[in-house]
Design a protein around this ligand. Sequence first.
Ligand code: NOJ
Length: 518
Amino acid sequence: MAATWLNDAVFYEIYPQSFFDTNGDGIGDIPGMTAKLDYVKSLGCNALWINPCFDSPFKDAGYDVRDYKKVAPRYGTNEDLVHFFEEAHKRGIRVLLDLVPCHTSEEHPWFRESSKEEPNEYSDRFIWTNSCWEHPEDIPFVGGEAPRDGCYILSFFKCQPALNFGFGTPKAPWQQQAGSAHTLETREAIWDVMRFWLEKGCDGFRVDMAGALVKNDTPDRAYTQEVYKDFRQRLDAQFPEAALVAEWNTPEQALNCGFDMDFYLSWAGNGYSHLMRNYPVIGQEGPEGGDSSYFKADTDADPLPFLAEYLPTYLKTRGKGLWCFITCNHDTVRPRFNLSPEELKLAYSLIFTMPGAPFLYYGDEIGMRYRKLPNKEGGFNRTGSRSPMQWTNGENLGFSQGKAEDLYLPVDPAPGAPTVEAQESDPDSLLNYTRRLIALRHSQPELQARSPFLPYFAEPGNRLLAYKRGTLLCAVNPGREALTLNLDGKYRLLFSQGDAALTDDTLTLRGFAVLAPL
Ligand code: NOJ
């Protein structure tokens, strides 16, 4: 059963270490997230995704979990998190935690036990070869580090040993069949983590590397899907309103096995990148040329490469779950890197009027910049999208009362760096525009998650894209020239940004407009 609240959900992603610091140690914390819930509500966001906030050595920003059931002390306590759920719920805001089922930290007690020479309860919780000389083919591994005589395989970085969900087609004796006894123990252990937080009041999970549970899986990841089908059955029985969003980027698979949502992520050359981030080289202040993103005002890109990818997948998966647009996330270069605030307004116009549940990454609502920053906690080039939230024009831009040198990452030093404070009072700010868009979405059921999408106008060489959401007609023209669209009936202007002139049978547009039938 799909969580009914998702239809009108608008998510806000919080990277906890960079959101708001209440104890002056320079790192964001859970009381800080609680303190900013009214701000989240003021945006119109009614759901949150919190990046991992669990005990961790932070070699991958918390995606290396040392204790799934304990809040990282730098963020607060389990009680703080439960209080946060309660305060969020009072405001009608749901909270998804980040579940990391593919790997733990190398410091997790399960892995420490698994590394021991003497066989024990956790020997098969991770994936080990039978000798340190036996090297897995085509799978990254570590050998010679543990007392145990074997190599263990990795899921992501060196600090993240892969949990044992088995193999679709085992090819060596040390590879266990997915679904066999020890792999089921791993499944139970992850379910136990899910139940632990759901019972404490969280509303579901964003699932990290969701499609990668079972190694050497079938092309449609049938064995991985089997695990989530099982989780979904248990959720339906015990937590029917819990929601799951996959980091999978293959909605045909993710939405088939019990996920409510999958992300439409930005991958080089894909349809979403064509819209937002179609540039070849990452420089410091912006792309070093060659940015042909559709939402760049001065390109001649048309929307067809986006539609060619989006539409078939949308049609295949509609009715099964939600394929969700993001403004960005903690792994992606912020869209302000290459798009101006005016260009962002049009990009967000599309994002907040498409099917699925939109995800707004903290700070994108004010157009925070991507900055070239030294690697922090395994962020590498992603670090530049993880800098502290810019609240006020005061010290540390309102993020922390700590010393500037103690901050998790330096705040944006640019004169006039965007802040919530500066944009609050400007009706034309990106912040207030984003609020208006989200309010529009809440006010129009036809703009929400499951209402039908149908392209209305897109042509080679033409900058205009128009699409129907139910009976509403949305149109965007990110170019500098106004363009005219023929209408299929009589409409009134419901919402617009830029120049929109409506006659009985045409719309002439530079910007964005939503029309409602008369
Ligand atoms: C995807 C997460 O979004 C990313 O930040 C992390 O490094 C990897 N998965 C590994 O967990």
